[in-house]
Design a protein around this ligand. Structure first.
Ligand code: E4P
Length: 216
């Protein structure tokens, strides 16, 4: 399973990219608003940092508007993926864009039925929101598992991006469920590094090294 970072913060993207662990970025209108910067400028900067799929979301709710916005976003860089909300109008836009060779990520997926529709309309990616399903007492990861089973069984090439990831166990469970990708917030990537035995181990190695007669 690949890892993307779920943020519009350029510093976080740079840091995670330097770790070598991410190969894509997802943004959404809320994440972009949090940065308080010019969206196109931010998108250009992100495309200059990560050499992989960068999702940027449209805000129109009618397919004509979505397609128009998609073309502006896609013109920024060949790696830009157009994030489209899971609506009947959204799928019309997905169909048009896929016929034009523009890649899409259908977002706000909360059921396997929605994912199947999006895939059949020509979506490159679908993004099931695990954390938001858990928030309303549904089993978010079961939706990821169901989508993975259906796509495998029916040879559907659309890739799954497990989204709305809240903690490291979500990432592990998404990998076990057969998700192709998990898009992970910076804080969760940091949490994935942590283990008390690693800290204790480093401390012990450094202490023991004090007795070694050698200087680098
Ligand atoms: C995915 O592409 C979305 O940007 C994101 O994962 C939503 O996460 P949230 O539920 O934490 O807002």
């Amino acid at each position: 399973m690949k890892l993307f970072i779920d943020t519009a913060n350029v510093d976080e993207i740079k840091e995670a990219n330097d770790w070598g662990v991410i190969c894509g970025v997802t943004t959404n209108p809320s994440l972009v608003a949090k940065e308080g910067r010019d969206f196109m400028q931010v998108l250009k900067e992100i495309c200059g940092i990560v050499d992989g799929p960068i999702s940027a979301e449209v805000i129109s709710t009618q397919h004509e508007g979505m397609v128009e916005e998609a073309k502006k976003l896609a013109a920024v860089h060949p790696n830009v993926i157009i994030k489209i909300p899971m609506l009947p109008e959204g799928l019309k836009a997905v169909k048009i864009l896929s016929q034009q060779g523009i890649k899409t990520n259908v977002t706000l997926i909360f059921s396997a039925a929605q994912a199947l529709l999006a895939a059949r309309a020509g979506a490159t990616y679908v993004s099931p929101f695990v954390g938001r399903l858990d928030d309303v007492a549904n089993e978010g990861m079961q939706v990821v598992k169901d989508i993975a089973d259906i796509f495998l069984l029916h040879d559907i090439p659309t890739q799954i991006i497990a989204a709305s990831i809240r903690h490291p166990m979500h990432v592990i469970e998404a990998a076990k469920a057969g998700s192709h990708i998990a898009t992970v917030p910076y804080k969760v990537l940091q949490q994935m590094f942590s283990h008390p035995l690693t800290d204790i181990g480093i401390e012990r190695f450094l202490k023991d090294w004090e007795g070694v007669k050698f200087k680098f």
